[in-house]
Ligand binder design. Structure first.
Ligand SMILES: *Cc1c(COP(=O)(O)O)cnc(C)c1O
Length: 360
């Protein structure tokens, strides 16, 4: 068996320990004679898996009692519609557009009400986070929306926007569980798990309970009502059972590693190795303003498309997978999520140094 260093933006690297455990339990989960993907979601065994996953997540993120945790499907993209359908009581919300995912959410919201673009960093190819200290937020807005870590462009909100008392909704798909978070500052936190937590197919939404009501936009499908899923503890219909089971294992792995503070330190250490190299390199250049750089997604370029292509090809041959940048921006991107070991980043930097020398 040989494993590569996988820098994919998502679905992405998972802890080897978790994969090994899942493999061991594949044929016979804890003596019940079947795999977790073969068992009823109404069984006692599965009930314990989903309850324990929720309890561990609550523990890790220190989620207050007045927030519900929902395990949903449909990808983060489905929440682009679910959020306005459930929260737009006044049919008005503010969006901060910091990349493609935020833009998609903003465009989706326009189908349901008045979505106001409060700020944007499109003018410089989303390479920074706009100043959000004094935005044109009005009291009649139902919420202010951000994409907290911009997977494609590699920016991250280091400070949350000043929402002037309006509820904050955040897509945290690519920074979920990468550092400690004060859940009480948000009304809704949600993310697809395939970036930093588990297999594609699960979305976790953490929602303040006063927002979970029957007062949703007319025509909201049953499956998109937060209340249906909250009332049924994420078991209204068949949930993505196996994916939730893997998420639960990753929660336990993070706890064992020391929790979110330890994850943050581990992630900062990795990101520093890569950014420090990029900042002194004569060939490679980080594309994001230093103060807004993501710990998770690190885009970089040489400034020469042919050289970029050569780098991607040779890095792959050397065992570094998925370093090609997103199709909309080109260049390279190294996604260094929780499960990427430090050696992966150290070896990548060694390889980049060698490539720079050989191609100077
Ligand atoms: C990947 C990603 C999405 C889209 O996720 P899907 O599960 O494919 O819908 C949305 N937002 C962010 C920040 C992402 O990184």
């Amino acid at each position: 068996m040989s494993r590569v260093y996988n820098f994919s933006a998502g679905p992405a690297v998972l802890p080897e320990e978790v994969l090994r455990e899942a493999a061991e339990e594949m044929m016979d989960y804890k003596g019940c004679g079947m795999s977790v993907m073969e068992m009823s979601h109404r069984s006692k065994v599965y009930d314990q898996i989903i309850k324990e996953a929720e309890a561990d997540l609550r523990d890790l993120m220190n989620i207050p009692d007045n927030y519900k945790v929902l395990f949903l499907q449909g990808g983060a993209s489905q929440q682009f519609a679910a959020v306005p359908m459930n929260l737009m009581k006044n049919k008005k919300a503010g969006y901060i557009v910091t990349g493609q995912w935020a833009k998609k959410a903003y465009q989706e919201a326009k189908m349901y009400g008045e979505a106001v673009e409060l700020a944007s960093s499109a003018d410089e190819t989303f390479s920074y986070i706009p100043d959000c200290s004094d935005l044109a937020i009005t009291d009649d807005m139902d919420y202010v929306y951000i994409c907290e870590n911009n997977t494609i462009y590699g920016t991250k909100f280091k400070n949350l926007p000043n929402t002037k008392g309006v509820d904050l909704v955040a897509d945290v798909s690519s920074c979920f569980l990468s550092e400690p978070v004060d859940v009480s500052k948000y009304a809704v936190i949600y993310g697809g798990v395939q970036k930093n937590i588990g297999p594609a197919g699960v979305v976790i939404a953490i929602i303040r309970d006063d927002l979970i009501t029957d007062d949703v936009l007319p025509g909201t499908p049953t499956m998109l009502k937060y209340k249906i899923h909250a009332d049924n503890e994420s078991l209204y219909n068949t949930p993505p059972c196996y994916g939730i089971y893997i998420c639960g294992k990753v929660f336990k792995w993070i706890k064992k590693m020391g929790g979110l503070q330890a994850m943050k330190e581990h992630n900062e250490k990795k990101a520093k190795i890569l950014y420090d190299f990029l900042d002194q390199s004569k060939m490679f250049k980080a594309t994001v303003r230093p103060e807004d750089r993501s710990l998770m997604n690190v885009p970089f370029v040489t400034g020469n498309d042919e050289l970029d292509a050569k780098f991607v090809k040779e890095s792959k041959e050397a065992g570094f997978e998925n370093l090609k940048g997103h199709r909309s921006v080109g260049g390279m991107r190294a996604s260094i999520y929780n499960a990427m070991p430090i050696e992966g980043v150290e070896k990548l930097v060694e390889f980049m140094k060698k490539f720079e020398e050989e191609n100077a």
